[in-house]
Every structure is written in structure tokens, then in C-alpha cells.
Design a protein around this ligand. Structure first.
Ligand SMILES: [Zn+2]
Ligand SMILES: [Zn+2]
Length: 136
């Protein structure tokens, strides 16, 4: 399911709503927080702040990756070392399967479940810094 999450400016809560074409309504206070152009395609500009730059993060728990590697290490004596590549593979597999989340540089709205276009890259510091400066 495609969802959009954002910080509602009205009630200050974290709002999560399914991406539906039309108004982006806060589920807590019914505030109209923006407009979703399409529930099919990734938005060209952020429905909240109309910013056109997004960055990508993996919705993946780092701790989980560590636990997987730890299991691999613990099992080394029993599996003659085969557990390590097996766990690395599992880690890679999980990582590949974990959905990517796109985040708006300006307002931090998160977009889950969308097919994220190729041009959206992981966080680039100088772009982030630019928006940081704008905020202040
Ligand atoms: Zn609200
Ligand atoms: Zn935004």
C-alpha cells in the first residue's frame, strides 16, 4: 500500500495517510495538508510543500543486519564457516526486499510503497544543507 507520512502543522502529530488522488487530509485533525496529484505515480513535487527534491532511504533496521551477522558468527564452528556467506546472502536478500522510502528534502514527508524513480538518490549532504538553511 502506498502511504504518505508527514508532520501535521496543525495538530503537530505524525500523520500517516494512504496516498489517494485528492486532498491530503490529516487523520487526527482533518486539516487539509496538501494535494496528491496521483495515487499511481510517484509525485513530481511534494504534496505538502511542492518541493521537487527527494532522497532515498532503505526502510531497514540496521540493528537487524547486525543480529543476522552475529548469528552467522556464532554458527561458524558448527557449519565450518559456511554460516557467514549464508548470512551475508540472507542480509543482502532482506536488504534488497526492504522497500525504499523517499523523503522530501524540505518538509521531511515520507513516501512509502511507491515505485521510486531512478533519479531519486540517497541523501546528498549539500542539497540537505541548502534546505536546512532555508528553514532557519
Ligand atoms: Zn493534524
Ligand atoms: Zn515536502
Amino acid at each position: 500500500m502506498k502511504t504518505i507520512s508527514w508532520d501535521c502543522p496543525s495538530c503537530k502529530k505524525l500523520s500517516v495517510a494512504p496516498a489517494k488522488t485528492g486532498a491530503l487530509i490529516c487523520p487526527h485533525c482533518n486539516e487539509n495538508c496538501g494535494r496528491v496529484d496521483s495515487d499511481e505515480l510517484f509525485p513530481e513535487s511534494c504534496p505538502r510543500c511542492s518541493c521537487t527534491q527527494f532522497y532515498l532511504v532503505k526502510d531497514f533496521n540496521q540493528a537487524m543486519g547486525c543480529v543476522i551477522m552475529l548469528i552467522g558468527i556464532v554458527l561458524v564452528p558448527r557449519t565450518y564457516g559456511l554460516s557467514l556467506p549464508a548470512m551475508a546472502l540472507l542480509d543482502w536478500f532482506l536488504f534488497r526486499r526492504i522497500a525504499s522510502v523517499a523523503i522530501c528534502y524540505r518538509c521531511g514527508a515520507e513516501f512509502r510503497g511507491f515505485k521510486i524513480p531512478e533519479h531519486i538518490k540517497p541523501f546528498i549532504h549539500h542539497i540537505g544543507a541548502k534546505y536546512d538553511r532555508k528553514k532557519r
